[in-house]
Ligand binder design. Structure first.
Ligand code: DP6
Length: 353
């Protein structure tokens, strides 16, 4: 018999950003966050886990292939696998009739259907489906909330990818982290015309990894302390309200303000961290002007919201009916790709100048 499972998990893009840990060991955040889980068919990670039951060599071993390349297991993935194996040990101790899988080697193969180098949050989807596939391969039968808490040990934002739609990660207050969990705020059918557009400003650039970046921020940024105490709690409440009411204007303003503050916190880090580049800045200006112009005709304060993670690529949130025009706008603003903006014709057309 083969003990093997394959799982896939989608990418999530936060509108209230997670940045900072209060415990590295337990992977507990300094503030709550909220994200939208994107459609699985567009951007996803897929992972197969096989338990080598007849192995007689080194036990407790694991081998990992990422997009076809053999990779070393990170300390965090090793810790995650150890936790999940320990759960299997407990199960086997209780029931002598189930197969002994806990200490068998694991073969893990993971692929993304999008370029990892594009700087899109591949760790969230990757770790979410790893935890899900190991749960199935080791027959742990854990509920989604428990798998989410395990995925968090691999990468904080991964805990949100276990759920669809709009997902909050409540920071919690207990020292053991048991109340630091992801929770679905609204399902994927709640706001059916909500769309995301991803503008890849750079598919190659290597930035400061999130883990190291947020460590330095926690150590050095006074603005982060202000953000986590005085800003995020109100924003979490306000954006949940906006989502419940499908209030795009409020949703968009909070999203853009939170992205801006996250990048301000990066600049306040010492030495500073720069994730946005000149293309990102152009996208922000373009969306700001477009929102102003559109407002005159559609009466809405915002038509598009931008948000940026730990890299220069923009994610735009907008309603389905506006996608075609915004795509045209972006394509005509960046006719030769995002590095070569040619704005004058577009400015005239959209009245942006
Ligand atoms: C900017 O989850 O990648 O995307 O927990 O150290 O693995 P680790 O960090 P990670 O950080 C994500 C940061 C972010 C914001 C967000 O997704 O909330």
């Amino acid at each position: 018999r083969i003990y093997e499972a394959t799982a896939s998990a989608p990418v999530n893009i936060a509108v209230i950003k997670y940045w900072g840990k209060r415990s590295e060991a337990l992977m507990l955040p300094t503030n709550s966050s909220l994200s939208l889980t994107l459609d699985q068919d567009q951007l996803q990670s897929k992972t197969t886990v096989r338990v080598v039951v007849d192995a007689d060599g080194k036990e407790n071993d694991a081998a990992l292939w990422l997009n076809g390349n053999r990779e070393k297991l990170s300390g965090r993935v090793t810790a995650l696998l150890a936790r999940m194996r320990a759960l299997r040990v407990t199960k086997e101790a209780k029931d002598a009739s189930i197969p002994r899988l806990a200490s068998k080697p694991l073969l893990i193969a993971s692929v993304n259907n999008f370029p990892t180098a594009a700087g899109l949050a591949s760790s969230a989807s990757g770790l979410a489906c790893l935890a899900f596939a190991v749960n199935a391969a080791l027959q742990l039968e854990l509920p989604p909330a428990d798998i989410s808490a395990l995925a968090r040990l691999g990468s904080g934002s991964a805990c949100r990818s276990l759920f669809g739609g709009f997902v909050a990660w409540d920071m919690g207050s207990k020292p053991d982290g048991s109340d630091s969990v992801a929770r679905q705020v609204a399902s994927e059918t709640h706001w059916p015309n909500m769309c995301a557009l991803i503008l890849v400003a750079s598919a190659t650039q290597k930035e400061m990894p999130s883990t190291a970046g947020m460590q330095t921020t926690v150590e050095t940024s006074p603005l982060l302390q202000h953000r986590i105490q005085a800003v995020v709690p109100d924003r979490m409440a306000a954006i949940e309200k906006a989502i419940a009411a499908r209030d795009f204007d409020s949703f968009a303003e909070i999203t853009m303000r939170d992205s801006n503050q996250f990048h301000a916190v990066c600049l306040d880090t010492f030495p500073p961290i720069f994730y946005l580049n000149h293309v990102s800045h152009r996208v922000i200006s373009l969306i700001t002007m477009y929102n102003q112009v559109k407002s005159k005709s559609n009466g809405r304060k915002y038509t598009v919201a931008y948000t940026f993670d730990a890299g220069p690529n923009a994610v735009l949130y907008l309603l389905k009916e506006d996608v075609a025009e915004v795509l045209r706008l972006v394509n005509s603003y960046f006719p030769n790709g995002v590095d070569a903006a040619s704005s004058s014709a577009v400015d005239e057309y959209y009245g942006l100048s």
